[in-house]
Design a protein around this ligand. Structure first.
Ligand code: GLY
Ligand code: MN
Ligand code: MN
Length: 377
């Protein structure tokens, strides 16, 4: 059951309506499934949501009509929603809906509509004699989703809380002589036992030299004494993701591996300590990066410090060093993101430590409850 009741949806709609003026549009066409879910509670692989100031119109085909009907009769119903049946083509139905409600300038999600689709809409509208202008909106709903509401925070807290016992299962499974894939299976069955609907991403179990491959998955290598093992996993609960990484040692490890672990651990703690309202995302990244650079591990830290977490496992805000394509934004209460610095030395070993945090009025709450001190198994 999605966690967001009618009142939460109404508040999201009000925030979206405020964006209409900035875009100068009469309505916005939402096509990205995650954003449709965020605004309507409809979960499906298909659907188009037309958000107008006075009503919302959800276009769905036969496969979803009964489900939407049931949703609308529940406490999760979407306020002001009119359900529009799609007999065949979603795009034809969309134009019919826009014609019927009589809008002239319509926003669309430029991040999610292909150039070909946009061209088709434009030409087909002209072919019907409609005076319709399609205006590209960038990250309109994603920008709303950066600040989580109380329903989302409750869901994210619970999703992160349940990963604690899963981590303990991971620590029990990771032993010398066990194959990476079998450790991943143990983690995924612990996630199912904890009530998650599915893993949030492909579970990573990278042992020995594989730990130096940041987005390795899990293969057929056997864990061996002296290895560092990166365990990165998360689950989806009521639609909301958790994402945690721990790096463990299998028996005694070299002093260089231990040095790398301590550097990443210090970097992770420093980045978490930097989180509070008003601080730029780039400053949180710098808190971690400065420590790794001071320890000679700057080149070994080739990814950002973290990413937003919510209905998607990777969403805004991006916690990175300054980039021309990712705006640095000041943190605000209600943001939820990961803090996951790492250091990777090809052919030798890698370390990543990842927690999920919620920005509060004064700092942050660490949502994931798993020890960060090096665990030797
Ligand atoms: N597991 C992917 C990530 O941590 O972002
Ligand atoms: Mn992760
Ligand atoms: Mn992550």
């Amino acid at each position: 059951m999605p966690p967001s009741t009618t009142a939460f949806l109404a508040a999201r709609h009000a925030r979206l309506h405020a964006a209409f003026d900035a875009l100068s549009v009469d309505a916005i066409v939402i096509t990205h499934p995650t954003n449709i879910r965020y605004l309507s509670n409809h979960i499906g692989s298909a659907g188009i949501l037309v958000m107008a100031p006075d009503a919302s119109h959800l276009l769905v085909d036969f496969r979803y009509q009964e489900a939407v009907q049931q949703l609308q009769e529940s406490e999760m119903s979407c306020p002001g929603l009119r359900v529009v049946a799609v007999p065949a083509s979603y795009d034809e139905a969309l134009l019919g809906c826009l014609e019927e409600i009589g809008v002239s300038t319509v926003g669309f999600e430029a991040d999610h509509v292909s150039v070909a689709k946009h061209e088709w809409w434009r030409k087909a509208a002209a072919g019907r004699g409609l005076a319709l202008t399609f205006r590209a909106g960038e990250r309109v709903v994603e920008d709303l989703r950066i600040i989580k509401d109380a329903a989302e925070i409750a869901a994210l807290r619970e999703s992160a809380r349940r990963i604690g016992p899963v981590a303990q299962a991971a620590f029990s499974a990771a032993r010398a002589g066990v194959v990476e894939r079998d450790v991943a299976s143990a983690i995924e069955s612990a996630m199912r036992a904890a009530g998650y609907e599915r893993p949030a991403f492909d579970t990573i179990v990278g042992s020995g030299p594989h730990s130096a491959l940041p987005h390795y998955r899990a293969g057929d290598r056997m864990l061996a004494r002296g290895d560092l093992v990166v365990l990165d996993f998360g689950g989806v609960l009521d639609g909301y993701c958790s994402d945690v990484t721990r790096t463990v040692a299998i028996g005694p490890i070299s002093s260089e591996a231990r040095r790398i672990y301590d550097a990443v651990h210090d970097a992770q703690r420093a980045a978490i300590a930097a989180v509070r309202p008003g601080v730029l995302t780039t400053a949180v990244d710098a808190a971690a990066r400065d420590i790794l650079e001071q320890r000679g591990l700057g080149p070994a830290f080739g990814h950002g410090t973290g990413h937003g977490l919510g209905l998607d496992v990777h969403e805004d805000p991006r916690v990175t060093k300054p980039r021309t394509d990712v705006p640095a934004i000041p943190l605000a209460p209600g943001m939820v993101f990961t803090i996951e610095p790492g250091a990777y030395v090809a052919g030798f070993a890698g370390v990543r430590i990842e927690d999920d945090v919620l920005v509060t009025a004064t700092g942050c709450e660490i949502l994931t409850n798993v020890p960060t001190e090096l665990i030797t198994l």
